[in-house]
Design a protein around this ligand. Structure first.
Ligand SMILES: Nc1ncnc2c1ncn2[C@@H]1O[C@H](COP(=O)(O)OP(=O)(O)O)[C@@H](O)[C@H]1O
Ligand SMILES: [Mg+2]
Length: 299
């Protein structure tokens, strides 16, 4: 199972949005004739991506039964008998209307403030429990896990650090503005810290995805050369594909009940979504030395 974190310490840059784009697109693909099994782990107690996938009611029910990832991490660390399956929810397939491509099935794990906090405040909890205790279990059921991280985390957030340590790669959405780019060193520092604590090279930093781009705006045209220069200085790759600023893309984080089909959700902008997700996997395969990953084909 390939685990990828969507992370940027800045809030509101599109982490949950990009998480949902990746999940929606990847779940339409197949590997050796079998649909790719995709899991979204919403690590943010605000629950944007889980609410979009399960509906706000579904999210409240899941939280109400105490089945958040903080509780799961705690149970695993205390070695109480844990049935991982209990903590897994799913977004059912959409109902296809005419020729519209339905929203595919996606596995979901939710966060709740209380259990995340209970895990985080106890310094005795291991930083590697999600990687060592949970990931092998998830690998039996899923091909890809996408982790939607909260913003503004630091070394004290043991659950978020656990999530990053569990990840093979990190991708960071960023807005094409100076304040967003200037906030990057903090995010990169966090990734370096996580590598040291996880005692391995992972997660690999795949790069920055520019989000909310308006190519025609003067501000974007002025900022782009500066952004490229900053990326070079910081040693971070910049994705070729970008996500436009568009109303249709802001619907990603809406409650799923509002629509059942991809085209209802992303409209004409769906090709941009696909281009970004393909680039994530191209960059991952490249980092693996050309091959690696699995041969993924469209269904
Ligand atoms: N490409 C986009 N076009 C238009 N609105 C967007 C786009 N990306 C994100 N948004 C909106 O910006 C807000 C913040 O995005 P979100 O994904 O929740 O960020 P984060 O998870 O980093 O806090 C949301 O209201 C979302 O709908
Ligand atoms: Mg978010």
């Amino acid at each position: 199972m390939y685990a990828i974190s969507v992370f940027n310490n800045k809030g509101g840059v599109g982490k949950s949005t990009l998480t949902l784009f990746m999940a929606d697109f990847l779940a339409t693909l197949s590997v050796r004739g079998r649909a790719l099994r995709v899991l979204v782990m919403d690590m943010d107690a605000q629950g944007s991506s889980a609410a979009a996938l399960l509906g706000t009611d579904g999210l409240e029910r899941a939280r109400g039964s105490g089945l958040g990832v903080g509780r799961l991490a705690r149970d695993l660390d205390l070695r109480t008998a844990v049935d991982t399956g209990e903590f897994l929810f799913k977004r059912p397939r959409g109902v296809p209307k005419g020729r519209a491509e339905p929203l595919p099935e996606i596995g979901v794990m939710v966060s709740d403030k209380a259990s995340s906090f209970a895990f985080e405040v106890n310094p005795l909890h291991r930083l590697t429990i999600l990687r060592d205790g949970l990931k092998p279990e998830l690998a039996k059921r899923f091909d890809v896990a996408i982790l939607d991280l909260p913003g503004n985390i630091d070394e004290r957030n043991l659950l978020a650090v656990n999530a990053l340590i569990m990840s093979d790669a990190v991708v960071a959405p960023v807005e094409p503005s100076r304040i967003s780019i200037n906030a990057l060193p903090d995010t990169l520092e966090m990734v370096r810290y996580v590598r040291a604590r996880g005692a391995r090279e992972a997660p690999v930093f795949l790069g920055l995805v520019l989000n909310r781009v308006d190519k025609r705006s003067q501000q974007f045209q002025r900022n782009l050369p500066w952004i490229r220069q900053m990326c070079e200085q910081l040693g971070v790759p910049l994705f070729d594909a970008v996500l436009p600023n568009a109303m249709a893309l802001s619907t990603a984080t809406d409650d799923r009940l509002a629509c059942d089909a991809m085209r209802e959700r992303y409209g004409l902008y769906y090709p941009h979504v696909k281009a970004v997700v393909w680039e994530v996997f191209r960059r991952w395969r490249h980092r693996q030395g050309g091959e690696g990953g699995e041969a993924i084909g469209e269904p």
